[in-house]
Design a binder for this molecule. Sequence first.
Ligand code: P6P
Length: 335
Amino acid sequence: MLNKIVTLDEFIIRSEKQNPNSSGSFSRLLRDIGIAAKIVNREVNKAGLVNILGVEGSTNSTGDDVQKLDVFANEKFIETLSYSGEVCGIASEENQDFIPIKSDLDKTAQYVVVMDPLDGSSNIDVNVSVGTIFGIYKRKSPENGPCQIEDFLQTGQDMVAAGYVLYGTSTLLVYSTGNGVNGFTLDPSIGEFCLSHRNIQMPASGNYYSVNQGYYLKFDLEMRRYIDHCSDLNYRLRYIGSMVSDIHRIMFQGGIFLYPNTRKYPKGKLRLLYECYPMAYLIEQAGGTALTCKLERIMDIEIHALHQTSSIVMGSRDMVKDMKEFVEKYGAVIQ
Ligand code: P6P
């Protein structure tokens, strides 16, 4: 029998059938994310041809220059998710406050979406891969009213789905709803995301480590000692500066990704809600481990603000276990 192509839509419908209580809302929301990803992909792929490169002129919540494609991607995801009628609010890296979504469809939206619409966008102008990161929560506030901040300030444990889109040599949508991780590659000839990586399970170990070596002297002692250990073991350093790309490599080849706290970012740089939680969700679903540099499980970290940051170490479980030994050994040392 020919290998039948399984499109994202078909996969979502099949998954929905396995959940007898499903109303179809969640499926429609996932399909809308796929549509938004295709729209953003089209612009990312031709960014150099149309005047959509470069900085837009403002800065985001962590002081990064906002790129024109950041704005485009943010607008397209918000626009697409607003049409669906399934989303009552969105929290985005590009917006200081959450965005209430009022649907003109006569249905009560049950979900909120948190997202980094274009992560690693400083790489765009030099044609390095970038990504979208998203997470989905069920709302907690009353269904008949507007979304509230408590709909977003939920820990990673409460996330019902998470995923990323990697706009690279090919465009992949990788997501999980809590029953394993699956990857879909965009086939431009038919304009469909097609199942290409079923039930992704990352290697328990690897020989890649991913960290911004330029900050080495600004890391705490235990992180420096662990990075020295990676070097002693002749691990290969791979750091793209785009979290989606760095984590995607780990999902398939194994490895460890570290963004420790530094003097500039004493609580870490990466955003807990729409970078760390969704990536930790996927890493754990693929058999890996995701912790802060103080060894707390990322998914359990309490969140008190939309743009709260965290240190993070995640990847192959045996490598994170190795790292833990360095924190336990050197972490207590007064530096
Ligand atoms: P640095 C991109 O800006 C990002 O949020 C992540 O995608 C990436 O891992 C990290 O920041 C890169 O930060 O300080 O190494 O440039």
